[in-house]
Design a protein around this ligand. Structure first.
Ligand SMILES: Cc1ncc(COP(=O)(O)O)c(C=O)c1O
Length: 345
């Protein structure tokens, strides 16, 4: 067992769930939720902080400032606590309460934006607030997950090599797209080292990342309302777009098999299965046995008890098609369900 002295040092890099017994295809799920921030975002946060420290931008007395809808905020709260920085997270009223309270418990100051910008939505309003905070105090440092090369580099250095090591026969890699840090890090790695691997982005319906029209989205993590600056579409294939009802149903199917994952895991698995069914659905000539596919689970499911795993929320927000017959999901009933999120990061 590893022995650590700082919470961000702990990482589970080699855990994969074989989904073939449940869905038929040789699809493996890389699990990223087992760390002290509870999500894949800890990797990006760690790399961005390390780069800023090495560049002398961040040091004793600095205050980190970041715009986040949830997981990046928690990851930076963990790092700030363990590295001795102050942290101000700028989020908005759609950030769920559990996430907000978690950040505050780590010692972060949470600024809640309640009015969207007239043309650039909540994200635009949050960025403006970040800029005002920076202008008011020179000790404040914005790492900017939407632009920082550390975001994609963390996955180029860790996530992609871990997948490559475990699956020398990998054919297809499905990656959910939020800021596109995970997608770009993996795409660059496989383009350089194993260009035969097909890298396919998975996005949610209503996200503008790959040029589709905007629409309301409720499940956080994947999708954007402003095209991500990190994205280089020339390195990836056409994106798959997944409806939120399919996201929720897939999450619940996984849960029935004993795996409680976050919303974006349902999106990634649902998109991957649709693509595999379209291409190899009939399994002719034993093709299902020969095609190896991997996708990523960015976080676990507890934070989604009042949304994805809450029947009333699903009926009201996503639609009744998201429900599976048989099991009732009643959530925590704390009213957290009202805190919808529609932006990534
Ligand atoms: C739950 C969840 N899934 C997926 C993602 C997307 O990751 P990336 O920002 O690297 O595209 C995020 C990032 O915010 C996330 O929090």
């Amino acid at each position: 067992m590893p022995v650590i002295s700082a919470s961000h040092e702990f990482e589970v890099s080699d855990l994969f769930v074989n989904l073939q017994p449940f869905f038929g295809h040789r699809l493996f799920l890389k699990v990223e939720g087992f760390n002290f921030a509870g999500s894949i975002k800890l990797k990006a946060a760690r790399e961005m902080v390390a780069q800023a420290e090495a560049a002398g931008v961040l040091g004793p007395g600095s205050t980190l400032v970041e715009s986040s809808s949830g997981n990046m905020g928690v990851a930076l709260s963990v790092l700030a606590a363990s590295r001795g920085y102050k942290f101000i997270c700028v989020t908005d009223s759609r950030c769920n309460e559990v996430t907000r309270r978690t950040m505050e418990s780590y010692g972060a100051e949470v600024h809640l934006i309640t009015e969207p910008h007239e043309t650039e939505g909540f994200l635009g309003a949050r960025i403006r607030h970040v800029k005002a905070l920076l202008a008011a105090d020179a000790k404040r440092v914005w790492l900017n997950q939407y632009l920082s090369p550390g975001n994609w580099m963390s996955h180029y250095r860790t996530t992609a090599p871990a997948i490559a090591r475990q699956f020398p026969d990998l054919n297809v890699l499905f990656i959910g797209a939020g800021t596109t840090g995970t997608l770009m890090g993996c795409a660059r790695y496989f383009r350089e080292r194993r260009p035969s691997v097909r890298v396919i982005p998975v996005d949610s319906v209503g996200s503008v990342t790959f040029g589709a029209p905007p629409a309301t989205r409720h499940i956080p993590g994947l999708g954007t309302s402003v095209r991500p600056a990190l994205l280089d579409e020339s390195l990836v294939e056409s994106a798959i777009h997944v409806e939120e009802t399919d996201t929720v149903r897939t999450c619940r199917e996984l849960m029935r098999s004993g795996f409680l994952f976050g919303g974006s895991t349902g999106t990634a698995v649902s998109g991957a299965l649709r693509w595999l069914n379209e291409h190899y659905g009939d399994g002719a000539g034993g093709v299902r046995e020969r095609v190896t596919a991997v996708t990523i689970s960015p976080d676990l499911g507890e934070r989604y008890m009042d949304t994805v795993y809450h029947d009333e929320w699903v009926r009201g927000s996503v639609g009744p098609e998201g429900l599976l017959p048989g099991v009732e999901h009643r959530g925590l009933g704390t009213g957290v369900a009202a805190g919808l999120q529609t932006v990534s990061g």
